[in-house]
Ligand binder design. Structure first.
Ligand code: BYC
Length: 475
């Protein structure tokens, strides 16, 4: 193991050269571990888990796979290598050199963006802390913990920036990141979706597919930041994020595959008959999809946003893969938005900068559709006439111009009464949640077994078999 990794906090940022910063982070570390023990996965803390740990940013050797007890995980600080002569990717200062330090005029805004990003990471661990108690297999249990420890590392990534660039208020924000709690009325997490319960595995797979994908797009957008340390840290976070979305995409694929194959085998179509076999029926999956997709759409912020315009103008956030666009200043274009005004659907052309949240959401929707298409191909391969659909982005929104209005999943405006009357067909009901949870009351800790409601994965992790003992759990 390299010298770097023998330090108390593994890093590639020469932490030992800055004793003050090193001491401050080493003082935060025990509080973080305490938070992990209090709010991380319930149980399993003394088990050996086969986990990937980031050890460098080298493309062909960045991770080490081995058994580790979660509280001993080596959470480290890794920034992607600097890009030589990197210049500002967008906005008013397009083409000027990027900043290695935070400019005074952007200090508050940058701190807020970093805190918002940082807040989602522990929030998701808190949301998922009970899932180990109902896992469908040891393979899935390990993937859950992999996601959890890496969200913990992403918190470290943001806390490093707060400590190294924002002085005392940065340190205070780092403490506050360990104090807010997902779903707590008095000290909730900052963004809506991160206060929603995620206590069954269908929700977990939807979350890692839809909500982690918001993470991907927000990180892509922050990777374009003129504040170079933020760009470098988010670029490396994206490497880990890919696995989280894989967990969601393949998780749902396996649920869909299991249900559709059994529907074919038993020649059944009615959801009740599917449930009699202990499987998750496709209309219920559609409801969970509707919920997590729309909660995740909210995470992009308002469609028309002066915040987004200011971030772009200042070069704090760009569009995903900003280089793919021709005009990086975006002062002239407009973006067409359909919205209800005075009770009527109207069309509005918004200055492009103010629509940057919507531009990012467009890319997200397209990417999400690609995964849904895969699920549908699997359903079709079994000859089942059912298609999962992304609902309209106006449906069930709590943030932006469609919030507090009523639309059906096709995006057609309806009355509150019509919405209330149909809501149970579109979103999971208490009865649906109870049913889904009833399938997961007995966790599977035997590596040779898989829950009835999900197919086995095609392959295991890092060349290991699917039934490898990914978690050595003492029952
Ligand atoms: N819930 O102009 P607006 C991830 C607030 S996920 C509650 O519309 P803006 C991960 C907003 O703060 C990625 N409040 O929005 C995934 C503002 O408040 P003020 C996380 C919300 O500012 C899975 C007001 O509404 N990263 O990494 O353009 C597992 C009007 O704001 C919400 C980031 O989010 C909401 N959903 O955009 C683990 C990146 N949305 O100013 C991890 C950093 C908006 O009126 N954050 N508000 O007090 C940002 O870039 C922006 O803050 C947002 C909002 C895109 C979130």
């Amino acid at each position: 193991m390299s010298q770097v990794n023998e330090e108390r906090i593994p890093n590639n940022v020469h932490l030992s050269d800055d004793k003050k910063l090193q001491r401050a982070l080493e003082a935060w570390q025990p509080n973080y571990i305490q938070w992990w023990r209090d709010m991380g996965p319930v149980g399993f803390q003394e088990d050996q888990v086969f986990l990937r740990t980031a050890i460098s940013v080298e493309p062909d050797g960045w991770a080490n796979f081995d058994y580790v007890k979660m509280p001993d995980y080596r959470w480290g600080i890794f920034l992607a290598d600097p890009v030589h002569n990197r210049t500002i990717a967008c906005g008013d200062d397009y083409g000027k050199p990027v900043w290695q330090q935070v400019p005074g005029e952007h200090r508050n805004t940058l701190r807020r963006l970093i805190v918002t990003q940082g807040d989602t990471e522990p929030a998701s661990v808190e949301q998922q802390r009970l899932l180990g108690q109902s896992c469908p297999s040891v393979y899935d249990l390990r993937n859950l913990f992999q996601v959890n420890v890496e969200e913990g590392r992403h918190l470290w990534a943001m806390v490093y920036l707060l400590h190294s660039h924002f002085g005392r208020d940065g340190r205070e924000e780092a403490e506050a990141l360990l104090e807010r709690r997902s779903g707590d009325e008095n000290k909730p997490r900052l963004l809506g979706a991160f206060n929603e319960p995620c206590t069954d595995w269908l929700s977990f797979f939807m979350f890692t597919f839809f909500t982690d994908r918001d993470g991907k797009y927000q990180l892509l957008s922050l990777a374009e930041s003129a504040f170079d340390p933020l760009s470098r840290t988010t670029r490396f976070m994206l490497t880990e994020e890919a696995h989280h979305m894989f967990v969601g995409e393949t998780g749902i694929l396996r649920v869909v595959d299991r249900t559709a194959s059994k529907m074919k085998e038993h020649k059944i179509e009615r959801p009740d008959d599917v449930r009699k076999l202990g499987l998750i029926d496709l209309p219920t999956m559609q409801k969970y999809l509707n919920l997590w997709y729309t909660l995740s759409l909210d995470l992009f912020g308002g469609e028309i946003s002066s915040n987004a315009a200011n971030y772009f103008a200042a070069g704090l956030k760009g569009r995903a893969k900003e280089a793919q666009y021709e005009d990086h200043v975006a002062l002239t274009g407009t973006y067409g938005i359909d919205r209800i005004q005075d009770g009527k659907m109207t069309h509005e052309d918004v200055p492009l900068r103010n629509a940057m949240n919507e531009v990012l959401r467009d890319e997200y929707v397209e990417d999400a559709q690609r995964g849904v298409d895969k699920w549908n191909r699997t359903i079709a391969e079994h000859g089942i006439p059912f298609v999962l659909k992304l609902p309209s982005r106006r449906f069930h929104r709590n943030v932006g111009i469609h919030a507090n209005l009523f639309f059906d999943p096709e995006g057609t405006p309806i009355t509150k009464e019509q919405y209330e009357a149909k809501k149970d067909q579109w979103l999971p009901t208490e009865a649906d949640k109870t049913y889904v949870k009833s399938l997961m009351t007995k966790p599977i800790y035997d590596p040779k077994q898989m829950a009835n409601w999900i197919s086995a994965p095609k392959q295991g992790i890092k060349g290991r078999a699917v039934d490898f003992e990914y978690v050595r759990h003492e029952v």
